[in-house]
Design a protein around this ligand. Structure first.
Ligand SMILES: [Zn+2]
Length: 117
């Protein structure tokens, strides 16, 4: 499949690679924060069990969201490599350039994204 018209694939790739790097850094630092929190709790002993559980749940949720983003980014990068980037994975229609600039990792055109909702 040829490259979608009007899309600066090189720029998109750069954005996606930078985004992935940022996420990986965040995931790494997130794990360190968790360890720090545990140490603080032992030291202070004041954080309620409920508060600690809520915080843990929030960190888990953030982690899951980041893993999902990473997955989306990797898939988008694969599509760039195979020259499928810029086309909807569901309908093969070109994805609007504005939509890609807004979310470079999106695999769906606006029509399919609305159906998915
Ligand atoms: Zn579509």
């Amino acid at each position: 499949m040829s490259k979608a018209p009007g899309i600066d694939v090189k720029k998109m790739k750069k954005t996606l690679v930078a985004w992935r790097k940022e996420l990986l850094t965040l995931i790494d630092s997130g794990e360190e924060t968790k360890t720090d929190t545990e140490l603080d709790q032992q030291r202070i002993g004041r954080l309620s069990r409920m508060g600690a559980m809520q915080q843990q749940a929030m960190e888990d949720e953030t982690g899951r969201r980041r893993e999902k983003e990473l997955q989306r980014i990797s898939t988008a990068l694969n599509r760039i490599e195979s020259d499928d980037y810029g086309y909807c994975t569901a309908s093969d229609e070109p994805i609007a350039v504005k939509r890609l600039e807004n979310d470079p990792a999106t695999p769906l055109c606006i029509t399919c994204a609305q159906k998915a909702d």
